[in-house]
Ligand binder design. Structure first.
Ligand code: CTP
Length: 397
């Protein structure tokens, strides 16, 4: 399934490097060719001879190898691959990537490449949980780096928890998925997701119960069909999708700005639960209790991002999909919402508390388009996302 594909495999210096030998074997079994690169530390764990014997290619290790510069410079090396895979990705390599260091061959290749990058992190549990690593992880996810693993389990250092490198076959599956020629390949799609937070003062805000689960599932499903996804999310509970560009925002106005900054796109899916109103003049300092009575909040209307994008005369996405969270007369209200906002499709759902949909794992939706209303059976949010992604691919074909 990987026939004809070239993987640039960067092996970092961790005990999990021994698994990279098996990874090379598995990739080659499937027809891929592997150009191996080892960091200096990696050579302390596995020998370059084993790596090159399994890869059937020379190992690249030195940034300043003049012969190789003449034959195939490091820039070229980073670009001939279909995918760059870093396995194991140590805490140090992740930090270098997040910060944009280029002080050895591996980090320079990662800076110079214009091909997609996937990392398989492997490190001690505490190092994985460390805020610095989690910050770097978020940065890398935001840059569109795909992450596979780490898994939870017993570790070579004797501790237990997340930090174990994904197994070679899991990495192979992720590579196959990343290289699959999906119908949305080459298409940029923007997805908004999660709640917005509207500040009252520096410590208080108004928000809603959206978990971001449906928007996240949609981003994952679009990515699986090959789309280049830009995921603009409020401060949502759901884990961020992987292998997509993540932009974190707080308020409706921040979300609008992030959306506008990232147009044009082939399609926009507006799954965020955007607050309709914000506090007109949020206080810069904490509002204190006073004997003078209760504070009065005045509201101002937020920009309607979906309506604004739908009604753009220039640079409008080819397909604009909105959501409607209704509690009564779902189809009727959503149909008129589609017309009022000017979007192409509305995915309407009944969010009455008894449905358990808001914040739950299932959804029962009606897709409203020019052709009328199409009710889908109640199913998991992942299944709804896959069906919607399939329809989007059909519409953009
Ligand atoms: N939406 C948006 N910007 C807003 C409000 C909503 O982009 N300021 C988008 C949502 O992401 C969703 C759709 O509009 O795709 C429907 O939002 P909803 O709040 O249900 O619609 P409203 O216009 O607020 O209508 P109502 O409150 O009357 O139901």
């Amino acid at each position: 399934m990987l026939a004809g594909k070239r993987i640039l495999l960067i092996i970092g210096g961790g005990i999990a490097a021994y698994k990279s030998l098996d990874l090379i074997r598995r990739l080659r079994e499937r027809g891929a060719s592997v150009s191996p690169v080892m960091t200096r530390a990696a050579a302390e764990f596995v020998t370059p001879l084993s790596v090159s014997a399994l890869a059937g290619e020379e190992v690249h290790r030195d940034l300043f190898d003049l012969t190789k510069e003449a034959e195939m410079g490091h820039i070229n090396l980073s670009r001939v691959a279909d995918l760059v895979v870093v396995a194991p990705a140590t805490a140090d390599l992740m930090a270098k990537m997040a910060q944009g260091h280029a002080d050895d061959l591996a980090s320079t290749l990662l800076m110079a490449t214009d091909t997609p990058v996937m990392i398989a992190p492997a490190m001690n549990v505490r190092m994985w949980d460390h805020p610095a690593t989690q910050r770097n992880l978020a940065t890398l996810q935001g840059d569109g780096v795909r992450i596979v693993g780490p898994n939870e389990g017993d570790m070579a250092c004797g501790e237990f928890g997340p930090g174990r490198m994904a197994e070679p076959l899991e990495i192979v599956a992720a590579i196959e998925q990343a290289l699959a020629a999906g119908p949305l390949r080459g298409k940029k799609i923007l997805v908004t997701s999660g709640p917005t937070h509207e500040p009252i003062d520096p410590v208080r805000y108004i928000a809603n119960r959206s978990s971001g689960a449906q928007g996240t599932a949609i981003a994952n499903a679009l990515r699986d069909l090959g789309a280049e996804v830009i995921f603009v999310t409020g401060l949502a509970e759901a884990a961020r999708p992987q292998g997509v560009q993540v932009i974190e925002v707080e308020s409706a106005r921040d979300m609008r700005q992030a959306v506008m900054d990232n147009l044009p796109v082939a399609a926009g899916v507006f799954a965020a639960a955007v607050a309709d109103w914000r506090v007109a003049s949020a206080s810069d300092s904490k509002i204190k209790k006073t004997k003078g009575g209760l504070p009065v909040l005045e509201f101002a209307e937020n920009p309607d991002i979906l309506a604004e994008v739908s009604q753009m005369t220039q640079g409008r996405p080819g397909l604009v999909v909105g959501f409607a969270a209704e509690t009564d007369d779902v189809v009727e209200n959503a149909t008129s919402k589609r017309q009022r906002k000017g979007c192409d499709w509305i995915v309407a759902n009944d969010v009455s508390p008894e449905t358990g949909i808001m914040g739950g794992s299932e959804n029962a939706v009606v897709l409203i388009s020019e052709d009328g209303a199409e009710a889908w059976p109640r199913m998991g949010k992942d299944a709804v996302a896959r069906e919607l992604a399939r329809k989007i691919a059909e519409a953009l074909a």
